[in-house]
Design a protein around this ligand. Structure first.
Ligand SMILES: Cc1ncc(COP(=O)(O)O)c(C=O)c1O
Length: 313
């Protein structure tokens, strides 16, 4: 049956077995390919859900502008949803954003302003909060870090899709950005089967893996429910890059950088199991990272040592 609009194409992403990453017989690793969403990332789910709920509650009406401090995947997803539904979107960007991302936002019709002097997303968040606070009738700010509909989107869609396709999940691994994916999917999987382990892939302090957040920086996103987590594994950026390349070489899957970190953690988790299934959620495709030249560089072997801050179940 045809879809009524592009918004109906959000979600229902494929779960694909990674046979060549399985460490032993009886242990399988599966990847949930969120890069298959319309704008190429998992964030299409939360953008669609946060806007839908805001429309229903009356927080968002056609006279308002959607305002969000983001240069990343969430901005691009909100831009798609806003364009499809006919809303204005204003993104507040830090100065350091790459030209590709600004171009993509503008292509979808989003307006862009820079938080002057803002070196980080935190500065852009502060500026957007000031603007929304000063003119609450003019703006609706979804604010993914503090919006419960972010994890709820995953509780209602991503989690059920995984169990529909694979009824037994022993370990679930995802990257930690806002914590929405881990909280929402983790809650759902544990409600269905309390034995399921939920593991966060986190970046090494000071070592950027785009999309992921080091909680040691002091900001704990309000939507993250740490009680859902059974462990967190620290991954360095070179291992993430090497793993993204290995995924392309072994399985012909083109994923983004945070997926390398997640897959590395999934492989380590699989090594700890006697038997069972590990699901790794790969948040985006590789397109937005082509300019890094990642796929033409040589990173050697993926390092096997465990980094400081790692906690396993
Ligand atoms: C590429 C990428 N990977 C992983 C994540 C983490 O997802 P979440 O915000 O649900 O924790 C994000 C978003 O923050 C992302 O953009």
């Amino acid at each position: 049956m045809p879809f009524a609009s592009i918004l109906d194409a959000v979600g229902n992403t494929p779960l694909v077995r990674l046979a060549r990453f399985s460490p032993k017989s009886g242990v399988e690793i599966y990847a949930k390919l969120e890069g298959q969403n319309p704008t190429g990332s998992v964030k299409d789910r939360i953008a669609l859900y946060m806007i839908g709920v805001a429309e229903e509650s009356g927080d968002l009406s056609s006279d308002k502008t959607i305002l969000e401090p983001t240069s990343g995947n969430t901005g691009i997803s909100l831009a798609m949803v806003a364009r499809a539904k006919g809303y204005r979107l204003l993104c507040v960007l830090p100065d350091i954003v790459t030209p590709e991302r600004e171009q993509l936002l503008r292509a979808f019709g989003a307006e862009v302003i820079y938080a002057s002097g803002a070196q980080s997303t935190n500065d852009a968040i502060f500026k957007a909060q000031q603007m929304a606070g000063a003119e609450p009738d003019k703006y609706f700010m979804p604010y993914q870090y503090g919006n419960e509909n972010n994890p709820r989107a995953h509780y209602e869609t991503t989690g059920p899709e995984i169990l529909r396709d694979l009824p037994q999940v022993d370990v679930f691994v995802a990257g930690l950005g806002t914590g929405g994916t881990l909280t929402g999917v983790g809650r759902y999987l544990k409600e269905q089967s309390p034995e399921t382990k939920v593991i966060a892939a986190v970046p090494h302090p000071g070592d950027l893996v785009q999309g992921l957040r080091d909680l040691g920086e002091g900001f704990i996103p309000p939507v993250l429910d740490e009680s859902v987590l059974d462990g967190r594994v620290v991954v360095d950026s070179l291992s993430s890059f090497a793993m993204v390349k290995e995924l392309m070489e072994k399985e012909a899957i083109f994923a983004g950088i945070s997926s390398g970190a997640v897959l590395k953690v999934a492989v380590r988790a699989a090594q700890r199991l006697e038997s069972g299934n590990v699901v790794a959620l790969l948040a985006d495709g590789g397109w937005k990272y082509l300019s890094t030249g990642l796929w033409s560089k040589d990173y050697g072997e993926v390092k096997e040592e465990e980094l400081q801050g790692t906690v396993w179940w």
